[in-house]
Design a protein around this ligand. Structure first.
Ligand SMILES: C[S@@+](CC[C@H](N)C(=O)[O-])C[C@H]1O[C@@H](n2cnc3c(N)ncnc32)[C@H](O)[C@@H]1O
Length: 290
């Protein structure tokens, strides 16, 4: 499937509200679209998005509204070239005890880190984005504080980076699910490449709506790095599938949206125990109290 980009120049970076509007309005297939901002050194920003289909007037109007811009460069990127380029450019990421790396950097894995081998592909979750990094750091913090998690769900798993982190730490099962079949296929290939085929079960599901997830609940730990809208909608389901005393790590939340997500989860029986902001993105760690 071809990927399209639409980029334009602007004099300022996108405000958080504009990113939010783009994410909530343009995404028919979440993994296929991203919002990117690149400063070119002269103070000019290049902003734009990836689309799974040639961007229509709505997609372009949203970027234009955010930037006062009209001239777009729209191009089609062959998937293979894009993936190969990303793969070459990706540097490893350290997040607490975890080290996320591509096979081209296998020799850089430090002895004292838990390695997560992730090849760049058409799924989100290479560790570079503030949301994935925030989730890994939140998990590391829970472990440092003595938490043990034997039954873990990663809802919206993308590459399965979070489920694999949980499985490697505790040598226990983890359930990685995603609404997008391409992400599930990518997750499965990462799981196999990390030798976790017996431990991390990859499933295609929206939220918890899969018989395996229903059977394995309640979970000690639930990761959900999705977006604010789905996180709010899923709150009662997350509560119903998390053990009392268990933890949830939520991300994909723009900083100004965090208070709304905290309110909704508090009303569903969770206490906030940590909130980290990485650039524009918030990661919340909550404990189920009731
Ligand atoms: C931001 S990515 C997170 C990937 C990975 N967990 C990480 O932390 O890097 C969000 C993923 O959630 C999936 N997703 C979105 N809504 C979902 C839903 N309601 N149920 C399951 N997955 C969903 C998307 O397909 C996408 O792969």
């Amino acid at each position: 499937m071809p990927t399209f980009t639409a980029f334009t120049k602007t004099t300022g970076r996108l405000p958080a509200e504009a990113i939010s509007a783009l994410l909530e309005n343009v995404i028919p297939e979440p993994t296929g679209v991203g919002v990117f901002e690149i400063e070119d050194g002269s103070g000019l920003w290049e902003v734009g998005a990836y689309f799974t289909e040639k961007p229509d007037a709505v997609g372009l109007a949203l970027i234009a509204a955010a930037n006062d811009a009209k001239d777009f460069i729209i191009s089609e990127l062959p998937d293979t070239d894009w993936v190969a380029k990303v793969r070459r450019d990706l540097a490893p990421v350290e997040a607490g005890r975890f080290f996320v790396y591509g096979s081209h950097d296998a020799d850089k894995l430090p002895d004292d880190k838990i390695g997560l081998l992730i090849e760049a592909a058409m799924a989100f979750g290479t560790g570079h984005h503030g949301t994935t990094l925030g989730c890994l750091r939140a998990f590391d913090r829970l472990l440092t504080n003595g938490g043990t998690y034997e039954n873990v769900a990663d809802i919206g798993c993308g590459t399965a980076v979070l489920a694999m982190a949980a499985a490697k730490v505790n040598d226990t099962p983890a359930y990685a699910s995603d609404i997008d079949e391409v992400a599930v296929a990518v997750a499965q290939s990462n799981v196999d490449a990390n030798g976790l085929g017996d431990q991390v079960i990859c499933l295609e599901a929206a939220g918890f709506s899969h018989e395996v997830l229903e059977a394995k609940a309640p979970f000690d730990l639930v990761f959900a790095n999705i977006l604010k809208g789905p996180l709010v909608a899923l709150a009662p389901d997350v509560a119903a599938h998390t053990k009392t005393g268990g933890a949830v790590i939520l991300s994909g939340i723009l900083n100004p949206q965090a208070s709304e997500v905290i309110d909704v989860y508090t009303r569903n029986g969770f206490n906030l125990i940590h909130h980290e902001e990485i650039v524009d993105w918030s990661t919340l760690t909550l404990e189920k109290s009731a």
